[in-house]
Design a protein around this ligand. Structure first.
Ligand code: 6GU
Length: 240
């Protein structure tokens, strides 16, 4: 997959792309990430990219012509163009999966107080990463990049992403490693000495328990199997 990021601050991406799983995915050719400086598409001799808002008001507005040229010069019919904005649809694991299937993903980061409304006409999608305000779309684009790249084939072990919180609509079960006892707190006996079947059932139940206690909204959005219904009933009785 090819990812292009259009931004006024390309340096903001060096850290996240230069470490760990994303670094490895890029080095091994699983994906490429190209950073494109929107400022390079300003025709102004001082490379201005923004201007004062029509109608007055505080702050500056990112100009549509500069962003239009930056998009036009870096996309084809195959590009899926996403504008990063707090007004977009709220990002979820399901959207990450959708984006991971695209051949070329182009993330456009606004900055400053806002951007010209006409920029919306040049994109296929608009994404927000949650109900809070960031100074620009860069951190949001970083979140999208990370969550999409780790889903690409061979970026991480397949079983790892299949067991993710959210990927089957539940939070992940609790994990432990050595030592078996730390400051008086022991690893659950079933994980140490249990058989495969008991461990699987323990994990499913604890996954349901976490989701029930912390994110009941996720349980409401999901159909339960017969086994899950039975375990959830036990959990409810246990927490009374
Ligand atoms: Cl995509 N951009 C900005 N500026 N703020 C946000 C956001 C995006 N998502 C959540 N807050």
């Amino acid at each position: 997959m090819k990812i292009k990021i259009l931004t006024l601050f390309p340096n903001m991406f060096e850290g996240i792309l230069g470490e760990s799983i994303l670094k490895r995915a890029i080095e091994s050719g699983i994906c490429s990430v190209e950073l494109i400086d929107i400022r390079a598409y300003s025709l102004d001799k001082h490379h201005h990219v923004d201007d004062t808002p029509y109608g007055g008001g505080a702050g500056m507005v990112l100009a549509c012509d500069v962003v239009d040229r930056a998009i036009a010069a870096n996309t084809t019919d195959k590009s899926y163009k996403v504008l990063m904005t707090p007004q977009g649809r709220t990002y979820k694991q399901a959207i990450a999966k959708e984006l991971a299937s695209k051949e070329e993903l182009v993330l456009i980061c606004g900055h400053y107080e806002g951007f010209d409304e006409r920029i919306r006409d040049y994109v296929d999608d608009e994404i927000s990463i949650g109900d809070y305000v960031l100074t620009g779309g860069e951190l949001a684009a970083g979140v999208v990049c990370d969550s999409v790249i780790r889903l690409l084939d061979h970026a991480i072990r397949k079983e790892s992403s299949e067991e993710d919180s959210f990927s089957d609509g539940l939070l992940e079960y609790p994990q432990y490693t050595r030592p078996v006892e730390y400051k008086g707190v022991c690893v659950p006996e079933v994980l140490v000495n249990g058989n495969h079947k008991l461990i699987r059932e323990y994990r499913l139940k604890e996954s349901l328990r976490k989701t029930y206690l912390r994110r009941p909204d996720l349980l409401e959005a999901r159909a339960l199997t017969g086994e899950e219904e039975k375990l959830l009933k036990e959990i409810k009785e246990e927490s009374e």
